[in-house]
Design a protein around this ligand. Structure first.
Ligand code: 3HC
Length: 311
């Protein structure tokens, strides 16, 4: 049974109003937003690792410059999202501590390795393609700071996806070896990309409430379907084969029927047992520890300046 305050809040949501930081909100709304926005920010920061691994190995100076720009963009996306999360009353240090101790998540996809340059194409094309599918609808999310961060982020994501698809085009239209590498990258990233949208709706614990509060505008399965429908023609254009024997156009639903990912693999990966979880989290913890002296120096400087001002 909703309290008068909760009922008034729900009416605001139903009218499509944006909720701003200083306005009343149910504790559950605040909590689930800190969870989602914080984990979204963690995804951006951890997401720099698979691609960062190839900046020094890019095949040309142009590709190196493009990849460097993309990885820097992701750092910026992380900062916008940590700032959006801070408006909910949580500090960046608290969020990072929960990432490092494993009690907060980041997107499953970043626990898969990038083994060669074709993977960098597949990541831009499929991972950023899936992220765009998810983030475009989040521009309409009911929490003001989150929606506004998404508008800025979506503008940069289209470049991320285009540069990845451009790499795939170059390789798919290159030598037989290059085309085989592009196909192998698609084979390894297809199902992990489908997992990015989260469990199927029947297994999604947060979806019902997140849809009621218009935190989530489309369900996991709706977005996954849209992603498949958009990506299959792109693979065909490349002359690459989607690794799913059950993939076929369903005229009735005006979309593709396709095989679900292996959900036991998904739940293993988000439980911390994926191919690269230890390496990724280890890299983030090491970066945090290696940066302690710098944070301490900044704080000491700020305290001295404060003491001088107060004197
Ligand atoms: N990776 C890791 N955890 C996932 C996941 C994934 N792909 N999909 C779902 N989960 C987790 C959820 O976080 C939840 O666990 P929790 O309670 O500990 O948070 C659990 O699985 C159940 O899933 P639900 O569907 O019930 O959870 P949500 O309603 O939160 O839906 C979501 C999951 C669709 C990922 C939603 O949280 C969301 O839209 N998040 C914002 C988008 C986001 O995080 N995108 C990351 C993409 S990568 C990226 O942005 C970088 C890009 O620049 C390349």
């Amino acid at each position: 049974e909703l309290s008068p305050q909760e009922r008034a809040f729900q009416e605001r949501i139903d009218r499509g109003e944006k909720i701003e930081p200083k306005e009343w909100m149910p504790e559950g709304y605040r909590k689930t937003l800190i969870r989602q926005v914080g984990q979204h920010a963690h995804s951006e920061i951890v997401g720099q690792l698979p691609e960062g691994n190839w900046i020094t190995r890019a095949p040309t100076l142009e590709r190196k410059a493009i990849l460097l720009a993309k990885v820097q963009d992701e750092a910026g996306h992380g900062l916008y999202l940590y700032c959006a999360a801070e408006t909910l009353g949580v500090s960046r240090d608290q969020l990072l501590a929960k990432l490092h101790d494993g009690s907060m998540k980041y997107s499953s996809i970043f626990n898969y390795p990038t083994l060669n340059w074709a993977d960098i194409g597949a990541v831009g094309w499929l991972v950023d393609g899936a992220a765009i599918m998810n983030q475009v609808q989040l521009q309409k999310t009911s929490y003001g700071p989150y929606a506004r961060a998404m508008i800025r982020i979506c503008k940069e994501e289209s470049f991320h996806q285009r540069q990845g698809y451009d790499i795939m085009m170059k390789m798919a239209q290159g030598t037989a070896e290059q085309k085989a590498m592009a196909q192998d990258a698609l084979d390894r990233f297809w199902y992990p990309a489908l997992m990015m949208f989260g469990p199927s709706d029947k297994d999604s614990v947060h979806s019902a409430q997140s849809m009621a509060w218009k935190i989530k505008i489309n369900t996991n399965d709706e977005l996954r379907q849209k992603f498949v429908d958009q990506t299959v023609p792109q693979a065909e254009y490349l002359g690459l084969k989607i690794p799913d024997p059950n993939l076929k156009w369903n005229e009735e639903k005006k979309g593709y029927d396709f095989s679900e990912p292996d959900w036991s693999e998904f739940f293993e990966v988000i439980a911390g047992n994926g191919p690269c979880n230890k390496e990724r989290l280890g890299a983030r913890v090491k970066a945090w520890e290696d940066g302690a002296w710098f944070r301490d120096g900044l704080l000491a400087h700020a305290e001295k300046a404060e003491a001088r001002r107060a004197a």
